[in-house]
Design a protein around this ligand. Structure first.
Ligand code: AMP
Ligand code: FE
Ligand code: FE
Ligand code: ZN
Length: 283
């Protein structure tokens, strides 16, 4: 049995509904799917139901935008208790910041004589965790750009005129938050961040795993992170990081993680939960 542990839906910047993600997962014979939308767990309930209908095991997750020593990094969280109050409060804050950021980006566009309205972006996003891809889609839909790529190149990429920096929780706090919600903390796509220097500090902060398998990791990168995981005693995860039809061909099905890694994650989550609850550690 195989898993894809990195998937986005239309509850963040993916284009598929959770139902569509589950349907594609089933087409590629994936037995386990994790939903990891940016800074939200809003889609997890729908995804759990959709996976149940397809006979797929569902892992509740998220991908938190974090920072360490001024480096942006993404932390995947798995086996989260999506009803945890501290988690929901923190995510509510991230989502507020994201919504305000949309308004700031729209203001910048307006100053550049692009008369886009924030409402148009929120309507396209239709979720609590909007981001730059939704602004990009609104620019295309409004006829201000021909393609999403053009929208990023002209306006939205880092240091382009409509770009606004994003709030990032400190990685140390993010790991604490994930653990407090019973979840397992994994560094996403380490090969894309050139952030190996950060790994010892993250290990110290309680990082549980590394996403060794990712669609943008060539084989040598996979090998490198498998070795690092072994050195630090990290769990190993993998996923396609599929955003639906956003970026050309959907990526789901390109990564097939053996089930043993899911089992290890599940065991770690149980250990974390036992550590949280003094009653259960006595049994
Ligand atoms: P945000 O979280 O609002 O900063 O948006 C980041 C998201 O934008 C990433 O997760 C990608 O899905 C998407 N993205 C980043 N760069 C590009 C690009 N050049 N073209 C299309 N999508 C992009
Ligand atoms: Fe994304
Ligand atoms: Fe990411
Ligand atoms: Zn992602």
């Amino acid at each position: 049995m195989f898993a894809d542990l990195h998937l986005h839906s239309n509850y963040s910047d993916g284009t598929y509904t959770p139902e569509e993600v589950a349907m594609h997962g089933s087409r590629y014979d994936l037995g386990v799917l994790a939903l990891t939308d940016h800074d939200t767990v809003e889609g997890c309930e729908e995804m759990a139901a959709a996976c149940a209908r397809q006979g797929i095991e569902f892992v509740a997750g998220s991908e938190l935008t974090a920072e360490l020593n001024q480096n942006e990094l993404h932390l995947l969280a798995y086996f989260l208790d999506t009803t945890n109050a501290a988690l929901l409060e923190a995510m509510g804050k991230f989502q507020n910041v994201r919504q305000n950021r949309i308004c700031e980006m729209v203001e910048r566009l307006n100053k550049l004589n692009v008369p886009l309205e924030a409402e148009a972006v929120f309507k396209i996003a239709s979720c609590r965790s909007p981001g730059r891809p939704h602004v990009g889609r609104a620019l295309v839909q409004g006829g201000f750009c021909k393609t999403l790529d053009e929208a990023f190149e002209r306006y939205l990429k880092k240091h382009r005129p409509a770009w606004v920096p994003k709030f990032k929780i400190s990685a140390v706090e993010a790991i604490e938050l994930i653990h407090c919600a019973g979840g397992v903390a994994v560094m996403a796509h380490p090969g894309l961040n050139r952030s190996d220097d950060l790994i010892p500090e993250l290990a110290e902060a309680g990082l549980d795993g590394l996403e060794c398998y990712h669609t943008k990791h060539p084989p040598a990168t996979v090998e490198h992170y498998l070795e690092l995981a072994e050195t630090h005693g990290f769990l190993v995860t993998g996923g396609s990081d599929c955003h639906g039809m956003n970026k050309g061909k959907p990526l789901i099905g390109k990564i097939k993680l053996p089930y043993e890694h899911v089992r290890d994650l599940k065991r770690r989550s149980e250990e974390i939960r036992q550590g949280l609850d003094p009653v259960s550690t006595q049994g």
